[in-house]
Each structure stands twice: as structure tokens, then as C-alpha cells.
Design a protein around this ligand. Structure first.
Ligand code: ATP
Length: 294
């Protein structure tokens, strides 16, 4: 069972918010969906969920579109940051609705999680604090044993202790019922350890899609004068580069020992968060370095 996005674009008004996305989400993998604010993470998940309709291209769930086979969408669950619940809904209503809509919903597990976080089911959802709302949403999401979970910043408003607690709940949910997870987050360091693959979005396009193992272990920043850097980059896998007044900064993937590089080059290994910052930083904020194509 896979989800496949082919040539997918979305335009809202005159703005292109998703741009020609090709992506295959494979069985039982956990994908980290990374990107600066407004890069298109939520929009991408909404298009997969058929909440937003693509302007071009399509999303296939086991080879069929959600429009053709709406029941396929029941194999997906989306934790969204949008306010989707009725105004006066109580927590216990949400639990009841989940159980009636998803046959795979584990009510006992959900109640146990709500209990763990001291959440009173009689409270009205919109009277809860941001922390409590996030814990309710994650308790619901991690109790529905569908094949695909799309999670839009599930740790929003949570402190580091509770963020780690819900990562544990997520992993327990994957253990109970193996599933494919797409996890959008701005807290990269905390999630790297349990991701299989990373997708970095920029301006609605996929900038990088690779295994976390390769990105976290093989990313290197190469800096130096143009000539030696260009010589070193020959035949290397380049993820991004910037040229500024005779100097180049390039991000590459390499399994080679960085100590073997020429003396006039500076090479430093990047962890996933550093790689993300390096690839997506705003050039103006980074000190005016121009793109080499400018
Ligand atoms: N319904 C809409 N109408 C107009 N513009 C929209 C709409 N939905 C999204 N956008 C625009 O699309 C772009 C991508 O938004 P999106 O919410 O998908 O980004 P994001 O990566 O999830 O951001 P964040 O990390 O801040 O949650 C933004 O420029 C946003 O303003």
C-alpha cells in the first residue's frame, strides 16, 4: 500500500503553493516533512487528504484517487492545526465520534492516554489550553490504527517533556499497528532519531528527499575559494551551493573522509538540523551572498 503524488501542483489565487511534486510514500516508513514557515507542509498534507484539490497532477492511494474511491481516505488520519471541531464539543464527544467513524479506533488506548495526561473528558475542547488541545489531538491520532498518519506539528505548544512523551506515544502506535507516518515539525533535532526519510520543502517544491541515514551521516559543508571548491566538487553529489565574490559554500553528500580534502578548503560535517538551516536559509539574512545563478 503506497501513496503516490504525481506532478502535483496547487495554485491559490495567483499564488503557486505546491509546485510539481512527485513523491512516493512507502509502507511503514516515518517521513519527516521539514520546511520553513509557509513552505507548503500543511498544504501538501491537505492535498493528500483531499481537503484541498490539486490544480494539476494527482494523489493516488493504492493506485486510485480519493475522489474516485472516497473510502480509501478512511485509511488516512490527519492531525491538523485547523479548528475542525464543533464549538461546544467536549473531549468525550471527540472520542465517541472517532470510534463511530474509524473502525480501527482503539477507545481504551485513547482513554488511557487522556488519563496519563490528566485530561478530563468532560471538558469542552475549546476551553482547553494549547498544551491540553495538542495532547487531546495526539491521544486521538495515536489511537486510530489506520495505515497512514499525517501529523501537522503534533508538538505545537508542548514543552520538551510532553513533546518527547507524544513521540513515545507515536512509536507505540506504530508498533501496535505498523503504519506510514508523515510528520511535519520545526523541531528537527528531536525527531531525527526515529525518522526513516526526510522531505525538505521550499516554496512548495521538494528541495531534498532522502534517507535520514544518508542526510544525517554524509552531509558536508564545503567552503573556500572558487577554483579549489569547484575542483573538489567534481563528481560529488551537490545539494546546494552559493557563490559570493570569488568564494563558494556548497552542501554535498559524501561518505569520504573529510580530512582527505585539500588544505585550502574548509569542510565540516552537518547534522540534519544544520543541513536544513544551510539549505533553506534566506540568502539576504545570511549576509548578502548571491546565488551563483544570479
Ligand atoms: N487557503 C489559502 N489561501 C491562500 N493562501 C494559502 C492558503 N493556504 C495556504 N496558503 C499559502 O500557501 C503557502 C503555504 O502554506 P502552508 O500553511 O502550507 O505552509 P507550512 O509550511 O505548513 O507553514 P507553517 O510551517 O507556518 O505551518 C503560504 O504562503 C500560505 O500563505
Amino acid at each position: 500500500m503506497t501513496i503516490e503524488l504525481n506532478g502535483l501542483s496547487k495554485t491559490v489565487g495567483s499564488k503557486l503553493i505546491l509546485n510539481d511534486i512527485d513523491l512516493v510514500l512507502e509502507d511503514h516508513k516515518i517521513y519527516g516533512l521539514l520546511g520553513q514557515n509557509d513552505s507548503g507542509k500543511s498544504s501538501l498534507m491537505k492535498v493528500i487528504m483531499n481537503v484541498l484539490l490539486p490544480s494539476e497532477g494527482h494523489v493516488l492511494i493504492e493506485g486510485e484517487t480519493g475522489a474516485d474511491r472516497p473510502e480509501k481516505l478512511k485509511q488516512l488520519y490527519f492531525l491538523t492545526q485547523d479548528d475542525i471541531y464543533p464549538k461546544r464539543a467536549r473531549v468525550k464527544d471527540l472520542v465517541r465520534w472517532m470510534a463511530s467513524f474509524y473502525k480501527e479506533f482503539d477507545t481504551a488506548n485513547c482513554k488511557r492516554l487522556l488519563d496519563t495526561y490528566h485530561l478530563d473528558e468532560n471538558r469542552r475542547y475549546y476551553s482547553l489550553s494549547q498544551k491540553e488541545k495538542s495532547l487531546v489531538k495526539s491521544s486521538l491520532a495515536f489511537s486510530v490504527d489506520v495505515d497512514y498518519l499525517l501529523l501537522d506539528e503534533p508538538g505545537y505548544g508542548l514543552d520538551v517533556y510532553h513533546r518527547h512523551a507524544i513521540y513515545d506515544d507515536l512509536l507505540a502506535s506504530c508498533k501496535r499497528h505498523p503504519k506510514t507516518v508523515v510528520l511535519a515539525s520545526h523541531v528537527i533535532d528531536e525527531i531525527t532519531a526515529f525518522l526513516d526519510e526526510v522531505i525538505i520543502l521550499e516554496d512548495g517544491q521538494i528541495l531534498v528527499h532522502d534517507s535520514v541515514e544518508r542526510l544525517a551521516n554524509q552531509a558536508v559543508l564545503v567552503c573556500g575559494a572558487e577554483r579549489p571548491v569547484r575542483d573538489y566538487l567534481q563528481g560529488k553529489e551537490i545539494l546546494g551551493q552559493e557563490y559570493d565574490d570569488g568564494f563558494i559554500e556548497a552542501v554535498i553528500l559524501t561518505g569520504e573522509d573529510v580530512a582527505d580534502a585539500a588544505e585550502e578548503l574548509t569542510l565540516s560535517r552537518l547534522n540534519l538540523q544544520e543541513l536544513f538551516i544551510q539549505l533553506t536559509r534566506d540568502v539576504r539574512q545570511a549576509g548578502g551572498a548571491g546565488n551563483e545563478n544570479e
